[in-house]
Design a protein around this ligand. Structure first.
Ligand code: UDP
Length: 452
């Protein structure tokens, strides 16, 4: 074998959900371009079908037995618990096979922080492992502190009356209790069980986070000085470093042609990501608010995202007539292209972390309507820290939709936010180019895994 260069192999384990698959696949592409061989281990549930962009990546599917209905019936938190139990043995078998079959030695397992079954298998085979947090550093900080705060009863107001939930959580500014990343679909005990397996209980070789210092310096500082005992790297936003199609659903490209016909900054893009659901009455109020706002809009309504309705049946003919020349509705959009389009002047978002990063990286201000998990913390950052967001809280009626859309798209306030969003976009761009903080951190991470 003298003279033959051995390529090091990395095994990547994403959570089977759009918002987690996307950053993991971006990481796969980046690390492949840095000279590593990549194996992605996926579950049968929500499997990503690789496009030609991933021709050099090796995909393996483990055959856990999770029916599609489980996600809907259990909700994300209990589903994650079940997924981790189901995958434990099959992943160990899969890793054993990979070690036998593959000529390249496995350098390390990089797994989504919620796929902690991968850590147990890595330990068994004596392989280094890296935790990849695909959400914000702030959400990671909350999760890593959850056990301690829960045990000390600091999080009791989460179960308390409404007024208590409005109070700020000490040392977590600007988060109020109601913004703390817990699921609205699961008990605190189940959340605790998922987070118990989070970073503070484990001994990973390092942690990587899809964020940048210009966005979250205080949370990153906290993690570095008070929480993490292993090297950590803030390497994001990864979509600005490597982009490749990673959509589980088919993107409707016709909306780009429609946007091409619209004026600069004249359209608000509305999308609630891949998981959030909307009540029928919320959809109807959204429609009447949009109609009353007189603004142009591109609206993603995912089939199945409105329980009790297939797609757009809840929208009246009157609404369709009223907005026929200034509204466009699709089932799934090419979001990154949409946000980069000059016609887009604002984003009505559920504030998932990918959507948040994608919006900032294009200098687009946001109307925040978070649903669950980390989205509420992201919304607070958009509104209070970066000051490029307007949060719509409480009941969403025609008036609140109309007001928020006008504030962002018409008023001076919205224009000021747009300017701040553009300036944040420049900072973010500077952090991913040569010499920037995320760029340097990514280089250090690559150096670190080469040294394993
Ligand atoms: N997305 C998309 N088209 C859509 C809606 C969403 O491509 O019509 C993508 C979006 O660009 C983002 C991901 O889906 O990368 C959603 O991830 P996010 O973290 O924002 O939210 P989640 O779906 O996890 O709640």
């Amino acid at each position: 074998m003298e003279g033959k260069q051995v390529t090091r192999r990395l095994v990547l384990v994403p959570v089977p959900a759009q918002g987690h698959i996307t950053p993991m696949m971006q990481l796969a592409k980046i690390l492949y371009l840095k000279g590593f061989s990549i194996t992605v281990v996926q579950t049968k549930f929500n499997r990503f079908i690789p496009t030609d962009d991933f021709i050099d990546v090796h995909f393996v599917t483990i055959h856990e037995s999770l029916p599609e209905s489980d996600f809907k019936n259990l909700g994300p938190i209990r589903f994650l618990l079940k997924l981790n139990k189901e995958c434990q043995v099959s992943f160990k078998d899969c890793l054993g096979q990979l070690l036998l079959q593959q000529s390249n030695e496995i350098s390390c397992i990089i797994y989504d922080e919620f796929m902690h079954f991968a850590e147990a298998a890595a330990k068994e085979f004596n392989l280094p492992n890296v935790i990849f947090s695909t959400q914000s550093a702030t959400a990671f900080k909350c999760r890593s502190m959850f056990g301690k705060l829960y045990a000390n009863n600091v999080l009791a107001p989460l179960k308390g009356p409404k007024e208590q939930q409005e109070e700020l959580v000490p040392e977590f500014y600007p988060l109020r209790y109601k913004d703390f990343p817990v699921s609205r679909f699961a008990s605190l005990e189940s959340v605790m069980e998922v987070y118990r397996n989070s970073v503070d209980q484990r001994t990973a070789s390092s942690v990587i986070i899809n964020t940048a210092t210009c966005l979250e310096s205080s949370s990153l500082n906290f993690l570095q000085h008070q929480r993490l005992e292993v090297p950590y790297y803030h390497i994001g936003p990864l979509h600005m470093v490597a982009s490749a199609p990673t959509s589980l659903l088919e993107e409707n490209m016709s909306c780009i042609e429609w946007l091409n016909k619209q004026k600069v900054n004249s359209v608000i893009y509305i999308s609630l990501g891949s998981l959030a659901l909307m009540e029928i009455n919320e959809v109807m109020n959204m429609a009447s608010g949009l109609a009353a706002s007189n603004q142009y809009f591109l609206w993603v309504i995912r089939p199945g995202s409105v329980p009790g309705s297939e797609w757009t049946e809840s929208l009246s003919d009157e609404f369709s007539k009223m907005v026929s020349d200034r509204g466009y509705i699709v089932k799934w959009a090419p979001q990154k292209e949409v946000l980069a389009h000059p016609a887009i002047g604002g984003f009505w978002s559920h504030c998932g972390w990918n959507s948040t990063l994608e919006s900032i990286s294009e200098g687009v201000p946001v109307i925040c309507r978070p649903f669950s998990g980390d989205q509420k913390a992201n919304a607070r950052y958009l509104e209070c820290i970066w000051k490029i967001g307007i949060q719509v809280e409480g009941e969403m009626d025609k008036g609140s939709v109309e007001r928020a859309v006008k504030r962002l798209m018409v008023d001076e306030e919205g224009q000021e936010m747009r300017k701040r969003a553009v300036s944040l976009k420049e900072k973010l761009r500077a952090s991913v180019i040569s010499g920037g903080s995320s760029h340097n951190s990514l280089e250090e991470f690559v150096h670190f895994i080469r040294s394993l």
